[in-house]
Design a protein around this ligand. Structure first.
Ligand code: GDU
Length: 336
């Protein structure tokens, strides 16, 4: 298959591009570099020895999409493009709705015009109304979510379902990611957050390089094993493989599936595992809970196994080793 990756230079897309190319597919990256660097695409070419055409442009722009579809004739789209900061979405909700919903609508319209039917969409575990352990796809999806970012993901899912209901030829795969972590084992590509990282592992990695002084643990009074928040961290290479499996298992209609490991890791457990990878202790302090954080969110991964023949294979320890390998080799991300 020839696959267009919107947001193709981003963290998850770049790892997915490696897996696609290594499976014999072709990939094309479209990105406006709002939160990414063309260097990631260059490094994917270096890792795979394959071609990865890169178009600089905006996935909300119908003219850009029309040109990309005409020039590259993809068979399928993986729609990664979007904004993902929870706090920024609270400050700039309209921007989040415009980019995240606008791009999804524009991509679907361009696909219709070009006669392309296959799409895989980046959704999030954040769409569940009640976070908890062992979340299943049939659990209620929130209309009253904590923040605009989460709502753009829930609404994006609805846009896709409505489009598929109106067009029986559409083949839609909705992937609800849990918490992506880690990097390609080469250390050449990885997560490169802009500014101060919001997410746990990139933050710990920057403590390990000395860029940040200490980890702030957001609360140790949750009803969990050690009082800290529990999440289902999934190695980005497993997540990348899930996208390839999803593409290869598309059929007319919509499937929606969790992409997680089914295992929970607390903040303290994550810190300890990262310390193991680095080889020494890392400084931390316990501070107030972060508003909007859930105590626990883990996947029931059974449906992905059944529907996509996909399972997470890598451990959290491997994710820490790979994240540290990337961070150590690229302390300033793609910038240097
Ligand atoms: N945490 C800390 N210190 C930090 C960062 C995180 O203690 O500096 C804790 C959090 O409280 C949480 C855990 O570490 O218990 C994981 O936090 P992340 O920010 O890495 O991940 P979240 O599960 O909170 O965030 C995820 C996605 C977001 C959004 C969000 C919705 O990464 O994009 O979908 O869920 O709540």
């Amino acid at each position: 298959m020839r696959v267009l990756l919107t947001g193709g230079a981003g963290y998850i897309a770049s790892h997915t591009a490696v897996c696609l190319i290594e499976r014999g597919h072709e990939a094309i990256a479209l990105d406006n570099f709002a939160n990414s660097s063309p260097e990631s695409v260059r490094r994917v070419r270096e890792i795979t020895g394959g071609a990865l055409p890169l178009i600089e442009g905006d996935a909300t722009d119908p003219a850009v999409l029309k040109q990309v579809f005409e020039e590259h004739q993809p068979d399928a789209v993986i729609h990664f493009a979007g904004l993902k900061s929870v706090s920024e979405s609270v400050r700039e909700p309209l921007h989040y709705y415009r980019v995240n919903l606008g791009s999804t609508i524009a991509v679907l319209e361009a696909m219709t015009e070009a006669g392309i039917h296959k799409i895989v969409f980046s959704s999030s575990a954040t769409v569940y109304e009640q976070p908890g352990s062992d979340l299943v796809e049939s659990d209620p999806v929130g209309t009253d979510l904590e923040n605009p970012y989460g709502r753009t993901k829930a609404m994006g899912e609805w846009i896709l379902r409505d489009a598929a209901a109106a067009n029986p030829a559409l083949e839609v795969g909705i992937l609800r990611y849990f918490n992506p972590v880690g990097a390609h084992p080469s250390g050449r590509i990885g997560e490169d957050p802009v500014g101060i990282p919001n997410n746990l592992l990139p933050y710990i990695a920057q403590v390990a390089t000395g860029t940040r002084e200490r980890l702030r643990v957001f609360g140790n009074d949750y009803p969990t094993v050690d009082g800290t928040g529990i999440r289902d961290y999934i190695h980005v290479m497993d997540l990348a493989e899930a996208h390839v499996a999803a593409l290869e298992h598309l059929t007319p209609g919509v499937f929606t599936t969790n992409i997680g490991t089914g295992r929970g890791t607390s903040v303290f457990e994550a810190l300890r595992a990262f310390e193991q990878a680095v080889g020494h202790e890392l400084p931390y302090e316990v501070v107030e809970r972060r508003p909007g954080d859930a105590a626990i969110a883990t996947a029931n991964p059974a449906l992905a196994a059944e529907r996509l023949d996909w399972r997470a294979k890598r451990t959290f320890e491997e994710a820490c080793t790979d994240a540290w390998n990337w961070q150590r080799q690229n302390p300033r991300g793609y910038e240097a």
